[in-house]
Write a protein of this length. Structure first.
Length: 466
């Protein structure tokens, strides 16, 4: 795959084919300005300026041609407006003479491929975009790299993406900025993080559970914690999933992938924060020592949890990780998890269910999400449902009976392990795209990542909307 940094160039007058953008509101006027040859070519290709339509328009010489692309609005280009062109145009360089807005992201990601397991093919030549808005290039390259990281990690089968491989991915992020890494496993994990250990202890010895912690940045800067659910495969445990429910469970570490990608953005942009990344990494397997329905587990916080369902394991490992994050007194906690099917039933694949214990934080995050076209939907931390978490014999039940408000009760469970005075947001994200769109292939997907990064950018860099 081509390096993202090779696909964008600052405009210094180098040769490039014009990339002409048109929206339907201005189509008729645009058409009248074309030469007769160009109008004839546009008509022959049935180009009407509709979003995503593409046409090649001839010039005076054989190499003197341009491309026309229909977009929603020339004045407000979104992240994916150039994606169709980047995927379909011939190899070469193209000049965009209007401000690209956020559209550089789609130009880059449309040329990203996950080809680890495919037979070698002749790679497609790069489509390079030349832009006068050079200030957007570095940020767009960083953001595309983070999204691609999520996609690649989630797409990788569990055979090659277990807890050890998540640890390696964290090492690679740490190496980008001189971060420190701490791994807790074995007897230390069983003693200090009993919920993480209980979920992962049935896995094979070389796939044992661990807590991955990365710290980066000046300790004098504001401390933030980023937590990601790292269930590398979820059989459901002894409450085993049917085969249909297990098919995509390689993606159950999607929360960890999002957390790693957000950490990478923070490190690469040198955000003035003290970052604490926490990834509880496990495989929820089945063996003689697997946790059982009815077991009572003691958490790091000291709260006891009755396991009503071994398939509600993600909240268990996040509980210990959130407790550890809170011990360092962060001013903000963000966690990502592919946590509940209930969130998907309510909101579908595109909208991460978003829970926050602070209205100002929620408003800021939703505004950022809207501005960068990375949609979220806020759900309630409805205290009236706290009683659903009651157990007859323990402090908490991990999976209330009845199936009602499943995403809400999961978030309420996590809230028990977050200090009430600490602003906290929880994203129940799908991390998967079931059908392709331009720049967004079927498979692993970053959903909520760009919104969270924009929130942090605005909060700690005071950067206006992009």
């Amino acid at each position: 795959m081509n390096s993202f940094s090779d696909l964008l160039q600052a405009d210094r007058g180098q040769p490039a084919h014009p990339l002409l953008l048109v929206d339907q509101a201005g189509f008729e006027g645009w058409l009248k300005q074309l030469t007769p040859r160009m109008r004839a070519a546009a008509g022959a290709q049935r180009f009407a300026g509709k979003p995503g339509e593409l046409a090649i328009l001839p010039g005076e010489g054989p190499e003197d041609w341009s491309a026309a692309l229909g977009v929603e609005s020339i004045d407000t280009l979104g992240p994916w407006d150039l994606a169709k062109a980047a995927d379909a145009l011939p190899e070469g360089s193209y000049r965009l003479e209007v401000s690209p807005g956020q559209a550089l992201l789609g130009w880059l990601l449309a040329q990203h491929r996950f080809e680890r397991y495919r037979s070698p093919e002749t790679p497609a030549g790069p489509r390079v975009l030349v832009t006068a808005d050079a200030a957007r290039i570095d940020e767009s390259v960083r953001l595309a790299g983070a999204v691609a990281l999520v996609r690649d990690l989630v797409n990788t089968p569990t055979e090659d993406m277990g807890p050890a491989q998540l640890e390696t991915a964290a090492e690679e992020v740490a190496g980008r900025g001189g971060a420190s890494l701490r791994i807790t496993k074995g007897d230390d994990l069983a003693r200090d993080f009993p919920l993480i250990n209980a979920v992962g202890r049935a896995a094979a010895a070389d796939r044992g559970p661990r807590l991955i912690e990365l710290e980066w940045g000046n300790p004098a800067n504001p401390r933030i914690a980023v937590v990601g659910k790292g269930v590398c495969f979820d059989t459901g445990g002894l409450d085993i999933k049917p085969s249909s429910g297990m098919r995509l469970m390689k993606k159950d570490m999607g929360g960890a992938a999002h957390a790693l990608a957000l950490a990478q953005l923070i490190v690469e942009a040198r955000l003035p924060v003290r970052l604490h990344l926490l990834i509880p990494a496990v495989e929820n397997a089945i063996a003689g020592n697997a946790m059982r329905p009815g077991d009572v587990l003691r958490s790091r916080k000291g709260l006891s949890v009755e396991v009503s369902n071994t398939d509600a394991e993600g909240r268990l490992i996040l509980a210990d990780a959130l407790t550890r994050a809170g011990e360092e007194k962060p001013e903000l906690v963000i966690d990502f998890g592919t946590l509940t099917g209930a969130a998907r039933v309510a909101l579908g694949p595109d909208l991460p269910a978003t829970f926050a214990n602070n209205d100002t934080l929620a408003d800021d995050l939703l505004t950022a999400a809207r501005d960068v076209a990375d949609p979220l939907w806020r759900m309630p931390l409805w205290s009236g449902y706290d009683e659903m978490l009651r157990s007859d014999i323990a402090d908490l039940d991990n999976a209330p009976e009845g199936g009602m408000a499943g995403a809400v009760t999961a978030a309420l469970f996590l809230q028990r392990f977050v200090d009430a005075s600490t602003p906290w947001v929880h994203l129940d994200t799908f991390a998967w795209r079931p059908s392709p769109k331009p720049g967004r292939p079927k498979g692993g997907e970053a959903l909520g990542l760009r919104a969270c990064w924009e929130l942090l950018r605005r909060r700690y860099l005071s950067v206006p909307a992009g």
